[in-house]
Design a binder for this molecule. Structure first.
Ligand code: ZN
Length: 442
């Protein structure tokens, strides 16, 4: 009886895939589990089985490598030494596992339909692309494969490979579903995406400590690593998230930007229409602000009125859904990359906090332009807003910190203590927050 019930030939790299006789399940499992000397014995009988199969069924074929499968499980890989020319070529060892590593979202696509197309799962796609919701946009470029493949060479061990790719043995085993430490020349191992930040857990680490170290939070850390509990172990490899959900959306000091976003279901509490002149008369959600911000704005506008400064409200609160519609429409008009530079993705707009409002004046035709900063009204606003708890959120010279161009019209309520300090020290909210938290940690 042959060990194999059939085969498949992969022409591109002359790999023979052999399917083990299901009755050999125990043999295969032993092969995966037993100690080194047992494995070597099994390996010899497996190799002999392969040679026997090839000489009987495929005598004239030149074969570079063989993979032994039990159903869809890879049991072992063998390379036939010098017969595989790709080994001779340096730098051929690392290659993309698929040609298409990014996919441009088309109309009608959902994460589910894309996951089906690329033989993956919605959660893997979300993890790969750091998505915290199921929302995608037409034109959005999604990563569809993160893992790269490494062809194991003679002399390689999991240890040498882990050093080469800056990862750990346990992570390699985790990635490749290896139960033991044995690898074979010719075997293809998944290695990590070099762009993904990872951390190898050390003795004494806790999720809290790691989150603190990387300026992130426990929840996204758990989400991205599919952790159910809080337990981690030394040697475990964790992905470090580079985009976070804010944990305190109701705080007047909440930081919302391209790195920290609000969840799609966050609606600020206690929103009212401030009693100030707007550039339009009808009711619209964009007239809303949180009560505290609205009363502070009324005081600010009263003061302006007393000093004959003509200010108008243009756009305050913006729901996640409205931001989504605006962003999607910008993407359709200008493409994703351009849209990203002048408008915020849903969840990343400060307008969703109910603490920000765009302000304008007749001197700039009731519009939003950087020229507003040089008008009498723009200068007055910059000088007086901090006395009422507001800051000019996107200042000139702070673009690399805030991620936004200079916007002299966009004011943000942070409370009077913070606004005064931010203005006096001429810093961005991001800088204030990081000082604020390091101070608190002392
Ligand atoms: Zn704005």
């Amino acid at each position: 009886m042959s060990m194999f019930i059939g085969h498949k030939l992969i022409q591109e790299d002359s790999t023979l895939v052999l399917y083990l006789e299901p009755q050999l399940t125990e043999f295969a499992l032993d092969f995966l589990r037993k100690n080194e000397s047992e494995k070597n014995k099994k390996r010899t009988s497996l190799e002999n089985g392969i040679y026997e199969y090839i000489s009987k069924n495929l005598p004239d074929l030149k074969i570079g490598a063989a993979k032994v499968m039990l159903g869809s499980m890879l049991v072992a890989s063998f390379s036939f030494g010098q017969a595989m020319p790709s080994y001779a070529q340096a730098d051929m060892n690392l290659h993309q596992s698929q040609m298409n590593t990014s996919y441009s979202v088309k109309s009608g696509d959902t994460l589910y339909s894309i996951s089906q197309k690329f033989d993956t799962t919605v959660s893997h796609l979300k993890k790969l692309n750091h998505l915290y919701s199921d929302m995608i946009y037409v034109g959005q470029s999604l990563k569809v494969v993160s893992d790269q493949l490494y062809n194991v060479k003679y002399g390689d061990t999991l240890y040498t490979i882990s050093k080469k790719f800056g990862t750990s043995i346990s992570h390699l085993k985790q990635l490749n579903n290896l139960s033991g430490n044995m690898i074979y020349a010719g075997q293809q191992l998944k290695v990590i995406d070099p762009h993904q930040k990872i951390y190898v857990v050390k003795y004494g680490d806790t999720l809290y400590k790691i989150a603190f170290m990387y300026d992130t939070q426990i929840l996204p850390l758990k989400t991205i690593n599919f952790l159910v509990g809080d337990m981690i172990y030394a040697g475990q490899t964790l992905y470090i998230p580079d985009h976070y959900m804010v944990s305190d959306p109701k705080s007047f000091l909440v930081l919302v930007n391209k790195k920290y976003s609000l969840s799609s279901n966050y609606v600020p509490p206690n929103m009212v229409v401030p009693n100030i002149p707007f550039t339009f008369n009808e009711y619209h959600q964009k007239k809303l602000l949180r009560k505290e911000a609205a009363s502070a704005l009324e005081r600010l506008f009263n003061k302006a009125d007393q000093e004959d400064i003509k200010l108008f409200g243009l756009s305050g609160y913006r729901s996640y859904e409205r931001q989504d519609a605006i962003f999607t429409s910008n993407v359709q008009k200008k493409g994703l990359k351009a849209a990203n530079q002048f408008s915020a993705k849903p969840g990343e707009s400060e307008h969703q906090t109910g603490l920000a409002i765009d302000v304008t004046s007749p001197s700039v035709n009731y519009g939003l332009s950087q020229a507003f900063g040089d008008t009498k009204e723009g200068k007055w606003l910059k000088e007086n807003a901090p006395n009422f708890g507001f800051i000019i959120r996107y200042q000139k010279g702070k673009e690399s910190i805030t991620g936004y161009q200079y916007e002299p019209w966009h004011i943000r309520y942070v409370g009077i203590e913070a606004s005064k300090e931010i203005a006096q020290r001429n810093i961005a909210l991001e800088e204030y927050i990081s000082n604020f938290f390091s101070f608190q940690a002392l």
